[in-house]
Write a protein that binds this ligand. Structure first.
Ligand SMILES: Nc1nc2c(ncn2[C@@H]2O[C@H](COP(=O)(O)OP(=O)(O)OP(=O)(O)O)[C@@H](O)[C@H]2O)c(=O)[nH]1
Length: 420
């Protein structure tokens, strides 16, 4: 599921790692680049301790935490660390240049935090911050460093059918979470990139999520759920899967065929009802769908049924007819929930349709079918953000049990970080 997208997202981590490595190498080779014009660096050179060129210099950077105003300490450490690149590498074997201890790391963290105030929002990390971070073996990510990886990420998202605004939102969040961040030795640049991407995806994917089971439990019986969406995307199959889902949770169901427009719709749903040993309420083709659903609710009330699952037409003469029909169903049975069904493989089309259906007859959530056949994942990532309504279920195959509660956490873990 979503393997193409997953691979592309993993490239972002690699891209950032590569960029950071290049930057680290460049900074090691030209230590004075940043600080050539830094007055504090030359001040520091005058200070007596600055003559030390061994590992003590690194711990001096830690000392800076005691006096963040003392610009000399962090700056002076930069050239010495740069003189031997191994000093900026915790795994360095140089005995004289022992890697900073955990204590050093903490002190350095405090120093970096104190120096954070020096950051100019516009121009990124200050020279002091850079020097302190560099002296302690950290690299500060700057906006320029992310330009190429973010460009590649944007292309990957768009190629994967992620809606444009959603892609922009993801990029903004990743940028916000990474720029100015230091790569501590406990967190590699790759991990930082991964966690920023993880958070950014979670933010868009989890929009509007609610506890479906709790909503069902809290609603008055019978709970009426109406399914909307165009023909052929798996709407009828999803209703049958939902019947199985509720049955497995000890909730009785009745099916209702509100698709009185399409020839064969009754037979199709009847077949599922027979397979699942469930009752179907239907009328003749051409009948009033609102009347079918009304009858189903009455049947449920009379027979102490917990849930009514109502199909609707996916296409009528005009979309106005379709929307008028959905509005009438809304008026007559006042459903507890309207779920929009579409197929993951439809990508941007599914996102656009979700928006149109939600605008015309407000939906409460979405069921995304054929996720098992979708490599791109664009619809799965975009629908909630675009409509403000959550994806609640994923269809993952043709069997009745191939329905999965959509869990944003699990979804993001799947996409970033290699779970499943
Ligand atoms: N691989 C896969 N196939 C699915 C999934 N859900 C439905 N299908 C298949 O998609 C096809 C269309 O499903 P239907 O349920 O008939 O679609 P529909 O939206 O009700 O279409 P109409 O009945 O024409 O309105 C069927 O062959 C289903 O078996 C899914 O999650 N994964």
């Amino acid at each position: 599921m979503f393997d193409g997208l997953k691979n592309k997202l993993n490239s972002f981590r690699e891209d950032v790692e590569e960029t950071a490595e290049e930057k680290e190498a460049a900074e090691s080779e030209t230590p004075s680049d940043h600080d050539a014009s830094d007055e504090s660096a030359s001040d520091a050179a005058d200070a007596p301790e600055s003559t030390e060129s061994d590992a003590a210099a690194s711990s001096d950077a830690g000392d800076a935490s005691g006096d963040p105003d003392d610009a000399g300490h962090p700056d002076e450490a930069a050239p010495s660390a740069a003189a031997d690149p191994s000093e900026s590498d915790a795994s360095g074997a140089d005995e004289d240049a022992a890697p900073p201890t955990a204590g050093d790391g903490l002190a350095a963290d405090e120093a970096a935090a104190a120096l954070e105030e020096e950051t100019d929002e516009e121009s990124g990390p200050s020279r002091l911050q850079r020097a302190a971070a560099f002296a302690t073996g950290k690299v500060i990510i700057e906006e320029d460093d992310l330009e190429d990886p973010l460009w590649n990420l944007e292309m990957a998202l768009l190629e994967s059918d992620v809606e444009m605004n959603v892609a922009e939102e993801i990029l903004d969040t990743v940028r916000e979470k990474m720029v100015g961040e230091t790569r501590a030795q406990v967190q590699t640049t790759g991990e930082l990139a991964e966690s920023a991407l993880h958070d950014a995806l979670y933010d868009v994917i989890s929009v509007g999520q609610f506890d479906f089971e709790e909503r069902i439990a809290d609603a008055e019986k019978p709970v009426t759920i109406v399914f909307t969406g165009v023909n052929g995307v798996g709407k009828t199959t999803s209703i049958a899967k939902m019947a199985r889902y509720f049955e497995a949770r000890d909730r009785s169901v009745v099916l209702a065929n509100g698709d009185t427009y399409r020839a064969g719709a009754n037979e199709q749903l009847q077949k599922h009802a027979d397979n699942l040993d469930q009752k179907l309420i239907s009328h003749e083709q051409g009948g009033d769908p609102a009347a079918v659903l009304y009858d189903a609710v009455e049947y449920a009330e009379a027979n102490d049924i917990d849930v009514v699952l109502g199909d609707t037409a996916g296409r009528l003469h005009t979309s106005n007819d379709l929307m008028a029909q959905l509005e009438k169903i809304d008026r007559v049975v006042d459903p507890d929930m309207t779920l929009f069904v579409d197929e993951a493989v439809a990508g941007q089309d599914a996102v656009e349709r979700a928006k149109q259906f939600n605008d015309a007859a407000e939906i409460d959530g979405a069921v995304l079918t054929k996720a098992d056949a979708d490599s791109n994942g664009g619809a799965a990532i975009s629908i909630a953000y675009v409509t403000g309504k959550p994806i609640l279920f994923l269809g993952t195959g043709q069997g009745y049990d191939d329905l999965e509660r959509f869990d944003p956490d699990r979804m993001v873990d799947r996409l970033v970080g290699g779970d499943e």
